[in-house]
Design a protein around this ligand. Structure first.
Ligand code: O7E
Length: 212
């Protein structure tokens, strides 16, 4: 089964609650990051808890181990169930996030290769494989890999085995839900749902990925 994760990149608490209210029956998790948290405060996590879905903090944490630890502690105290970290900062920084997540009973995911064209300037083939290996060595729960490049997702799957692949890039960024769903564990979709005239219907249509 491929889960559907809503990327809730709206700017206010009211918009976030409205979209979540409309879509929660069709989604498996919610991911929020800087756009919403800077607009509404970290306490929006407590409000979103009412939908009883895993809530992932997408701050793509990228600092020294001590700072990563401080950020991750805030995240789990705020009620999140997972955190996303960059991997390029290295083993000790990634481990800091993994340790805090696991001590809190949560999950930690490592970005390997991003979905936008510019990601290939630095994060393409070779580097992404090393980041995936690091995610395995640090006992992370999974990786972020691009729905815009299914062949790269296949290559990274060889490295991480049964760990989770969370994959953004479907819809607004051009990736195909049908093509990527069988290769991944969770499809991340934002604009194609929250900017839709009917977010519930859009979420429902993407939720069919569960059966692909
Ligand atoms: O393009 P959208 O609107 O469907 O949104 C995609 C979301 O996934 C958005 O929150 C963006 O910040 C995020 N994302 C990517 O688009 N590409 C990446 O490579 C990585 C992420 C991401 O979420 O990383 C952590 C999961």
């Amino acid at each position: 089964m491929t889960e559907l994760m809503l990327a809730l990149d709206v700017l206010t608490r009211a918009e976030a609650m409205d979209i979540a209210e409309k879509t929660y029956p069709y989604i498996d998790a919610i991911k929020i990051g800087y756009p919403l948290v800077l607009g509404s405060g970290l306490s929006v996590a407590r409000d979103l808890a009412e939908f009883d879905l895993p809530l992932i903090a997408d701050f793509k944490v990228a600092d020294i181990p001590n700072t990563n630890r401080l950020i991750a502690e805030h995240v789990f105290e705020a009620g999140f169930s997972g955190i996303i970290t960059q991997g390029f900062t290295g083993r000790d920084s990634v481990s800091a996030c993994v340790d805090v997540a696991h001590n809190a009973g949560g999950k930690c995911y490592v970005v390997t290769e991003m979905s936008h064209p510019g990601a290939l300037d630095f994060m393409g083939e070779g580097v992404a494989e090393r980041l995936a290996e690091l995610a395995v060595e640090c006992n992370a729960d999974g990786i972020i890999a691009p729905a815009t490049r299914p062949e790269r997702v296949k290559a990274l799957r060889q490295i991480i085995g049964s760990k989770k692949i969370l994959s953004p890039g479907v819809g607004a960024q051009g990736g195909s839900a049908e093509e990527i769903a069988p290769l991944i564990d969770s499809m991340i979709v934002g604009r194609s749902i929250y900017n839709s005239e009917d977010p519930a219907k859009a979420a429902q249509s993407y939720s069919c990925v569960r059966d692909l």
